[in-house]
Design a protein around this ligand. Structure first.
Ligand SMILES: Cc1cc2nc3c(=O)[nH]c(=O)nc-3n(C[C@H](O)[C@H](O)[C@H](O)COP(=O)(O)OP(=O)(O)OC[C@H]3O[C@@H](n4cnc5c(N)ncnc54)[C@H](O)[C@@H]3O)c2cc1C
Length: 383
């Protein structure tokens, strides 16, 4: 077993860290959160650094990066905030779905502009009645000549309102079939006639933003249906494991940043004539926090390794996702305690982590759904 990063991976990690340290300053992060403003300057820097090209094959202008390379990038971007990472990750996930399920023409049409930053992509499945259980999906798409017409309502669409964004919309194309055989995936420009976007007032992840979408007979050209008609479920499943692994890397990076912040504060802050960290109650809290973040990272690396090797990875990925997200929530809560009233102040970044962390046991499959899945795989003896 080898836990060492390659020389290239160390260079990648250091380069992304340097970029983020230089550009994602505390002032900028506070302003983006306060003004609910999309991180365009950071996004442009990631494009220039080639990060969007990283996971795609060279044949399409990518750099052919591995799952582990993406784990490294995810952790580094998320150190400054998990919210920021979602601006990057939704594009990667959508692009990889196109790579797996799109036709050669669709790949040529959509991937180069995605990789060089001319357009963005986000994902929209959830609806008022369709959360963990997508059988409640009501948004419909019907044929009209060569086009499709979408009507319905979507919720919680991260980053849908960003400039030049094409939303990857899942909609029912066969009302009589089970959703797994009756929904399809469409690329819908976010300023299409008939589509109305509303930015929702959420507790956290306020920079990239979470949107409600109303589709009032939105016309979509036929060549913007990805994969086969009624095969949207296959598109969704094809990338789920990769999405959960990289998101978990994001939780680890953000949680590590929380621990670092709490440790620095506990070393600096003096009460009763000594630094906070010299109180065993605080030192033990910090020791538990780092231990749990390291345990999350080891679960993550194991899951990433299984995925890279092509082994069954669902159980390992679900465990890593479950533990990583719950650890982020837990350490952010402990970090708030260690920083006292300063943690509760909007002038310090701990409260932003505390708010952002709370979304991670809900999005990308809730903790309860991960536990259901892990238990089911245990019962059936599968990995
Ligand atoms: C910040 C944020 C960003 C998001 N971004 C996106 C996005 O970009 N695109 C998108 O499509 N969606 C997005 N979502 C939606 C997300 O995918 C859903 O919130 C998630 O699937 C859970 O659905 P729900 O919130 O409707 O909860 P529900 O499914 O209604 O669940 C409510 C509670 O019941 C529990 N529960 C449900 N079923 C079971 C069960 N069988 N056994 C035990 N417990 C159960 C859940 O774990 C949860 O605790 C986002 C959500 C958040 C919070």
């Amino acid at each position: 077993m080898d836990f060492e990063f390659s020389e290239e991976q160390v260079m990648l990690r250091d380069a992304v860290r340097r970029t983020m340290d230089r550009l994602a300053t505390p002032d900028l992060l506070r302003q983006l959160d306060r003004d609910q403003a999309y991180p365009y300057t950071l996004y442009d820097a990631w494009i220039q650094q080639g990060l969007m090209q990283m996971p795609f094959p060279e044949s399409i202008g990518g750099l052919g990066g591995s799952v582990m390379d993406m784990v490294i990038i995810a952790e580094e971007l998320s150190r400054k905030g998990f919210d920021l990472f979602t601006a990057y990750s939704s594009n990667v996930f959508c692009g990889l779905t196109l790579m797996r399920k799109g036709t050669a023409e669709q790949q040529q049409a959509w991937l180069p502009p995605l990789l060089d930053g001319r357009l963005r992509m986000s994902i929209s499945m959830s609806e008022p009645d369709a959360g963990s259980d997508l059988s409640g999906m009501r948004t419909k798409a019907r044929r009209d000549g060569d086009d499709w017409i979408i009507s319905g309502r979507k919720l919680w669409a991260t980053g849908a309102g960003a400039r030049n964004n094409f939303i990857n919309v899942y909609a029912r194309t066969n009302a009589n079939a089970d959703y797994r055989q009756g929904m399809s995936l469409f690329l819908v420009k976010n300023d299409s006639p008939g589509l109305e976007l509303k930015k929702l007032d959420m507790l956290g992840r306020r920079s990239v933003g979470t949107y409600e979408l109303h589709f009032d007979d939105v016309r979509v050209p036929g060549d913007q249906l990805i994969g086969e008609v009624d095969k949207g479920w296959d598109c969704l499943l094809s990338g789920l494991q990769y999405e959960r692994v990289t998101s978990t890397a994001g939780y680890c990076g953000a949680a590590q940043s929380v621990v670092d912040m709490a440790l620095d504060y506990a070393k600096d802050r003096r009460q009763f004539g000594k630094p906070l960290v010299e109180n065993q109650a605080i030192a033990h809290m910090l020791a538990d926090m780092q231990t749990e973040v390291d345990a999350s990272r080891l679960l993550l690396w194991h899951a990433a390794w299984r995925l890279m090797k092509g082994h069954d990875a669902l159980r390992a990925i679900s465990m890593a996702k479950l533990f990583g997200s719950e650890t982020y929530v837990k350490v952010a809560n402990q970090g708030m305690q260690i920083l006292g009233a300063f943690g509760y102040s909007m002038e310090y970044d701990m409260q932003r982590h505390y708010r952002d962390a709370r979304s991670t046991t809900i999005g990308a499959g809730t903790s309860q759904i991960q536990r259901n899945l892990i238990a089911r795989l245990m019962v059936s003896g599968k990995m």
